[in-house]
Design a protein around this ligand. Structure first.
Ligand SMILES: Nc1ncnc2c1ncn2[C@@H]1O[C@H](COP(=O)(O)OP(=O)(O)OP(=O)(O)O)[C@@H](O)[C@H]1O
Ligand SMILES: [Mg+2]
Length: 479
């Protein structure tokens, strides 16, 4: 294939990726809601271009729709893409502000009021800044379940939407000009579920069967919102986005995401006790059947995964019934009422006891920590700071594992890893990155089964990953 070769310019791309990348990255994490991604991304682009209007937030979005369809997930996914962590969101749960007097928790009590010094406002400029990152100075603010807010809270919110400013109890102000504001609400959700599921049952409803459904749900949402909020409030909102019920295909993709997350969790949390999950197609079907619900969306799927897989798996781990490096088979029980989880022993002496590991990174800190840990464990560490040097050493020493930084001065670690595997198919490649990988590189990592470590991480975590991955590659072969 005529794929352009990686160059220094491409690897050292700016911290924020172009718009297509952002759209692609978001749609991988938020499944089946293309409208949401399409409407939100241009506002981020406007901010990046320095063209966002002054005196108001960069964008104001109202996310409507049935429960468990990805409203909150959208904001979390955006935080992960922009800032590297789902947690970089300032979340205000409006359910906590249902009474008029509770608003003081949000903005702090005015001076002179008893205890005003003790009331720390929830929304301060500092808190807004604390959810930004080195990569991006746009804050994501989420007001969850706004329909529950007391009228005084709605009034404050109106000020934020209108002028981009919130006045606190001590008369200082918080500026929202570098923020995206998300409001979520279940207004109209019940009527929407009735519309989706009148008498035939959820399984019969597919997006393609009802081309009018999107418009219908949108108008149900809008009617409910107009009933609850004043026209001036509704007029300040840039986009009202109605989330669609998740189709069986979308739920199936969400299941795949959850399974990949679970395996990742096992690898990072259990370290050298970790194992490889092998979930049969039938077991996936079982989880999907039990976890499909018109009322609770993916929440029901998550509950089902937890009940039938995560919990029983945790019990097996806690009672030492899974050996490190084992392959864990997940299949449907004969009477189809649960999943059978069975550990298949790894073959002895599968992994080298003292592997040779190659580190390719131009950052000396990680090298320093790894050198000590690996020497203690009797491992051999080879190091290179460029792809050219790395290729020479790889050919010479045939390392068991390669730990590759994504951004290298003369290329990128993912492509180096793919090349390395061609000459050493049984080797382990781990990619490290300080930013989010562009979609094409992320796809390459998935295709070749490269774990991706997001910086910062502990040197001991890397060692654990290498130990467990080498054990499972030895036991089960590269899948
Ligand atoms: N479209 C989606 N894509 C990927 N995962 C999803 C999607 N929808 C839901 N999920 C999964 O279900 C969980 C719950 O979804 P989320 O919190 O976004 O629901 P919500 O729409 O905000 O619902 P609620 O109205 O109850 O707040 C998420 O953490 C995620 O794991
Ligand atoms: Mg939510």
């Amino acid at each position: 294939m005529d794929k352009p070769k990686s160059t220094q310019g491409r690897a050292k791309r700016p911290a924020l990726d172009p718009i297509e990348d952002l759209t692609a990255m978001l749609s991988r994490k938020v499944v089946g809601q293309p409208a949401a991604t399409k409407l939100i991304v241009p506002y981020i682009q406007m901010f990046q271009a320095g063209l966002a209007p002054e005196g108001r937030p960069v964008g104001i979005f109202l996310l409507l729709g049935p429960t468990g369809t990805g409203k909150t997930k959208t904001v979390e996914a955006l935080a992960e893409v922009l800032h590297g962590s789902e947690k970089n969101v300032l979340k205000v749960d409006c359910g906590e502000f249902q009474m008029e007097h509770e608003v003081a928790k949000l903005i702090g009590a005015p001076p002179g009021y008893l205890g005003h010094r003790e009331t720390q406002p929830m929304l301060t400029q500092q808190k807004l800044t604390s959810v930004t990152s080195e990569k991006c100075n746009l804050s994501l603010v989420l007001f969850d379940e706004i329909e529950k807010a007391a009228p005084s809270m709605t009034r404050l919110l109106l000020g934020v939407l209108d002028k981009g400013v919130l006045r606190l109890g001590d008369n200082t102000t918080v500026n929202f000009e570098k923020s995206l504001v998300f409001l979520t609400s279940n207004l109209g959700a019940r009527e929407m579920v009735n519309e989706i599921n009148p008498e035939f049952g959820f399984q019969s409803v597919r997006g393609g069967d009802r081309p009018d459904l999107t418009g219908k749900l949108q108008s149900i949402g809008l009617v409910a919102v107009r009933k609850r909020f004043s026209p001036e409030f509704v007029n300040r909102i840039d986009c009202i986005i109605t989330y669609q019920p998740l189709s069986p295909e979308a739920l199936s993709s969400i299941l795949d995401l959850q399974m990949a997350d679970l395996q990742n969790h096992v690898n990072t949390r259990l370290g050298n006790r970790s194992f490889t999950l092998d979930i049969s197609l039938d077991a996936r079907r079982f989880l999907l059947e039990k976890g499909s619900s018109p009322e609770y969306g993916a929440r029901e799927l998550n509950r089902t995964i937890h009940r039938f897989l995560t919990q029983p798996l945790a019990t097996l781990v806690a009672t030492n019934q899974i050996s490190p490096g084992a392959k864990v088979l997940v299949e449907v029980a004969a009477n189809r009422d649960k999943l059978n989880i069975q550990s298949v022993e790894a073959e002895a002496a599968a992994a080298p006891a003292h592997p040779t590991v190659m580190l390719v990174d131009d950052n000396r800190d990680l090298l320093h920590f790894l050198e000590r840990l690996m020497a203690d464990a009797g491992w051999t560490l080879l190091t290179a700071e460029s792809t050219t040097e790395a290729k020479r050493l790889m050919a010479l020493h045939k390392p068991d594992a390669a730990l590759l930084d994504y951004m290298l001065p003369d290329g990128n670690g993912v492509e180096l890893g793919v090349e390395f595997l061609q000459s050493a198919p049984a080797a382990l490649v781990i990619v490290m990155t300080g930013t989010i990988l562009p979609p094409e590189e992320e796809a390459l990592c998935e295709e070749h089964n490269f774990p991706v470590l997001r910086k910062p991480f502990l040197a001991s975590d890397v060692m654990n990953q290498i130990r467990s991955r080498l054990a499972s590659i030895g036991a089960t072969g590269r899948s």
